[in-house]
Design a protein. Structure first.
Length: 300
């Protein structure tokens, strides 16, 4: 079984949007060996009872959610010209499920105007126990990014995080090959939540933290090599690759999983705990050739 789970999933209950039945979705998840699967139909939770039953029958843990419409104004303003964005909401406990049901119900009884809508006021009131995702190209933050309004995107991302909790709101990435989504992914290379303007600056910041910890009093002696490696990483567009590998290695070490030592990983890599060499006072100066790194990556 796998810990990976799809968290943004539509069924044929997303009317005029998707076609797969709930049984088809759950059967596919079971075939892929998944333990969990979410259902986040657009604008409703009508499929939840069937989804729970089918997941139970196929030994899948259901994650209950919905992709709701979020109006930019008040839900009581019945002006169909008011723009709506979409936000994915997932219940993480019983209270969250009750709040999600409340939001979905109120989107019809109070906010309906052509489509069921919630607003910021309802989200503030009923956010407890709910995890939010920024959504696909129809989400508010992705829409700002597409239009080049990075300040507005950052402000809303920070607002959602403040309301829902630091660990309960996430920026969503979808690599569905569309040009629109590709543009959003490129924009999201900016680390909005941490205040860094690019992956390069994020990597540089982490690099400096690591160097100061591992080479106290002698950072300047390795700075030239570290900057050289960073230029190569940026040239190959491997910033996200290094950050992902760092997370993998860090998790492995935390769980006492043995790792092999790659003699060509370089200073930046070793400061991410990819090697034990520096603990013995050794520095790795032979950063890999561009072609080697491009073809082989790291051995861990």
């Amino acid at each position: 079984m796998t810990d990976f789970a799809f968290l943004h999933v539509h069924s044929d209950y997303s009317f005029l949007d998707e076609s797969p039945s709930i049984k088809q979705l759950v059967s596919r998840a079971a075939f892929l060996g998944m333990d969990y699967l979410a259902l986040t139909d657009i604008g409703n939770m009508f499929g939840i009872p069937e989804f729970e039953k089918e997941c139970y029958n196929q030994s899948i843990n259901p994650i209950l959610g919905s992709e709701l419409y979020l109006t930019i104004g008040s839900r009581f303003e019945k002006d169909e010209t008011n723009w709506c964005y979409r936000i994915v909401l997932l219940a993480c406990d019983e209270q969250g499920y009750r709040n999600l049901v409340k939001l979905s119900s109120l989107s019809y009884t109070e906010g309906f105007c052509g489509i069921p809508r919630i607003d910021d006021e309802l989200l503030v009131k009923y956010h407890t126990g709910i995890i939010g995702l920024s959504g696909d190209h129809g989400g508010e933050i992705p829409s700002f990014l597409k239009n080049g309004d990075f300040k507005a995107a950052e402000e809303r991302a920070l607002w959602f995080r403040q309301i829902m909790g630091e660990d309960n709101f996430f920026l969503e990435l979808q690599d569905n090959k569309s040009e629109e989504q590709k543009q959003i992914i490129e924009c999201l290379d900016s680390d909005l939540t941490d205040g860094f303007t690019s992956l390069t600056k994020h990597l540089h910041n982490l690099m400096m933290q690591g160097l100061e910890e591992k080479y106290p009093g002698r950072v300047n002696s390795v700075m030239s090599q570290a900057e050289h490696e960073l230029k190569i990483i940026k040239y190959l567009n491997y910033m996200d690759y290094f950050l992902i590998i760092a997370d993998i290695i860090g998790w492995a070490k935390e769980h006492d999983i043995p790792l092999c030592r790659d003699p060509q990983t370089g200073i930046i890599a070793t400061q991410y705990s990819m090697s034990e060499l520096e603990k013995r006072g050794l520095l790795i100066m032979n950063f890999p050739d561009l072609k080697i790194l491009e073809q082989e990556g790291f051995n861990v």
